[in-house]
Ligand binder design. Structure first.
Ligand SMILES: [Zn+2]
Length: 351
């Protein structure tokens, strides 16, 4: 299914590009600016089973995207400047913000040198349990369990079930099925319990992913010292906020800001909701983020920014630079707003 979905999306991006429709539509759907979402930036790996590859692009592709943005008529701005323009209605020029989620070490080692050399501002949204080494990157634990086993046993709906996953195709299909099944669990605690049990059964160390892949506080401080960099909050434990009681969701957002402030002596003014799609973030979270005084908060709902988003600054859409679509022509289409307008049925972003 994932393969089919990618084929359809790629086909849509290709036809918007080669028909010229993206350029024709841009004045109508391009809005005032774009916030880009990135996760990992690192060299490609040869493994055939990489279900999380959508979350990574190569340093070479990032370099080419920056060159494209530099040549375009878009201003590359930080989140504070984006916020200022939104409030002031200063839309003389379209703008783009680069945002990196989670606080991976390759943001420092691979993305930062490229952005520093080009003088490009960017933001990093840090989930504080990751540098505190208490975080659970459970989607990576699931990947590791499936990668190193030929079949997986799991209790689903009270029944012990066995899933074969010896071939790459089976691994991909099983990852997709289990990932979305886990995302649909009614509570965050249930999702975590299942993955913890799975990891324990199949000798995968969940804590190791934090250690191996995420920056520690010293590395984050190194980034934060650069005026090009904005450190934003991304909750403490990276939960699906909508599945928590309201007070717990509020505490996740508020506490992460205080922890970052204590570590870096700078109080974050901007927030990214973990996962950020409608199943994990909604109106309740948008209200809480506004009540907590965040200047802006971003979702992962796809879309460009319109002037009207000034009234919904804690529910901003973004556009992901997806590792499955590392072609500059796709980036051109995405920046034009035409692809997301089409996906959103030409409604102005649902976020
Ligand atoms: Zn995240």
């Amino acid at each position: 299914m994932a393969g089919l979905r990618q084929t359809i999306i790629r086909g849509g991006l290709e036809s918007l590009y080669f028909s010229g429709a993206h350029a024709a539509l841009r004045p109508l759907v391009g809005g005032v600016g774009v916030i880009l979402t990135l996760h990992h930036v690192r060299p490609p790996r040869p493994d055939r089973f990489q279900p999380n590859r959508l979350l990574e692009i190569t340093p070479r592709f990032l370099t080419r995207v920056i060159e494209l943005l530099r040549r375009s008529d878009l201003d590359l701005v930080g989140l504070d400047e984006m916020h200022r323009r939104m409030i002031a209605g200063d839309f003389a020029r379209r703008f783009v913000c680069l945002t990196f989620d989670d606080g991976y070490r390759d943001t420092l080692s691979h993305a930062y040198p490229i952005l520093k050399a080009a003088g490009v501002p960017f933001a990093v949204y840090v989930a504080t349990s990751f540098p505190d080494r208490l975080g659970e990157l459970w989607w990576l634990a699931l990947e590791a369990v499936i990668a190193k086993n030929d079949h997986i046993g799991l209790v689903i709906d009270g029944r012990n079930q066995t899933f074969p996953c010896s071939s790459v195709a089976e691994k991909r299909a099983l990852y997709d099925e289990l990932y979305w099944w886990l995302r649909r669990r009614p509570t965050e605690a249930e999702t975590r319990d299942i993955v913890r049990n799975l990891a324990a059964c199949y000798q995968v160390d969940i804590a190791a992913f934090c250690q191996d892949q995420c920056m520690d506080w010293q590395e984050i401080a190194q980034l934060a010292a650069d005026p090009l960099v904005t450190i934003g909050a991304h909750t403490v434990n990276h939960p699906m906020l909508a599945k928590l009681p309201a007070d717990a969701a509020r505490a996740e957002m508020d506490l992460s800001r205080s922890v970052i402030e204590a570590a870096l002596t700078v109080r974050p003014q901007h927030l990214a909701y973990p996962f950020g799609d409608p199943t994990s973030t909604g109106r309740r979270e948008f209200t809480i983020a506004a009540e907590l005084g965040f200047k802006t908060a971003v979702t992962t709902r796809p879309g460009v920014l319109f002037a009207s988003h000034r009234k919904r600054l804690t529910a901003l859409p973004r556009i992901s630079l997806n590792g499955e679509y590392q072609q500059l022509r796709y980036v051109r289409v995405l920046l034009s707003g035409s692809a997301t307008a089409m996906w959103n049925g030409f409604r102005r972003s649902a976020a």
